[in-house]
Design a protein around this ligand. Sequence first.
Ligand code: NAP
Length: 246
Amino acid sequence: MELHQKRIVITGGGSGIGLAMALALAAEGAQVVITGRGKAKLAEAASKHANISAYVCDVTDEAAVVALRDAMDAAGGTDLLVNNAGVMHRFDVTQGFPLEKQLQEIAIDVSGPVRLVHHFLPQMLQRASVIVNVSSGLAYVPYAAAPIYSASKAFLHTYTQSLRAQLAGTSVRVVELLPPVVDTEMAAELDPSFARMAPEKLVAAFIKGLKNNVDEITPGQSAQLKLMSRLAPGFIFQQLNKNPWG
Ligand SMILES: NC(=O)c1ccc[n+]([C@@H]2O[C@H](COP(=O)([O-])OP(=O)(O)OC[C@H]3O[C@@H](n4cnc5c(N)ncnc54)[C@H](OP(=O)(O)O)[C@@H]3O)[C@@H](O)[C@H]2O)c1
């Protein structure tokens, strides 16, 4: 896929993996719109490259997502939609972690991508375009300390498979990026023994996969999680969850 002058939206593009993606895609000559909730954070991120612009949009806010879609349409449409925004809560279910936070996690990690796809798809069906859903290696093997997050990523994985099957033969290609543990703010509270991939390395693998028409991009340990979840699911679950609160 040629990225030069493509029009790209990256949700949650103001930090971490989304920002690393935005910078790499902008360097390829794409026009990238990054979204998120924090205006100042987005503006600072957008100032890092002339091809990046900021748009405040919470993926749980229906009206804001429709306005984002309309703004993209008015400016010429969307070639690549990256559903990257996400949050992760680690919590012990016996300790009364607030239900509101658990449901908000589902609203962002599950309903968010569904909402973006729903509103962007009609326009994307009119042109050669790509939807990228950023799930996780944890879509293959759940991390018990983050129960809602792991389930959300498993949802996104099978949702993406169904989308891809339904959209085969249309102008819309569907790609899933399943990162391993990546060195961002999100990973800061994870078990320090987990190896962390640099965001730039993840993004290089993502762009290579995108250009080579790979449907499921599984950099680093995500490839092992995929394989082991089929060969020895009980063993890999135990290994991953050896030290859940570490
Ligand atoms: N880091 C890892 O180890 C890892 C591994 C596998 C998968 N992933 C996935 O990769 C994606 C990016 O994660 P990351 O590591 O880059 O995390 P991050 O650094 O915490 O970035 C997440 C981004 O999402 C945005 N966001 C959160 N809630 C949002 C909402 N309601 N609406 C719009 N934007 C929202 C945040 O900005 P605001 O708070 O300003 O809105 C932030 O910019 C996530 O989907 C995550 O699940 C990460």
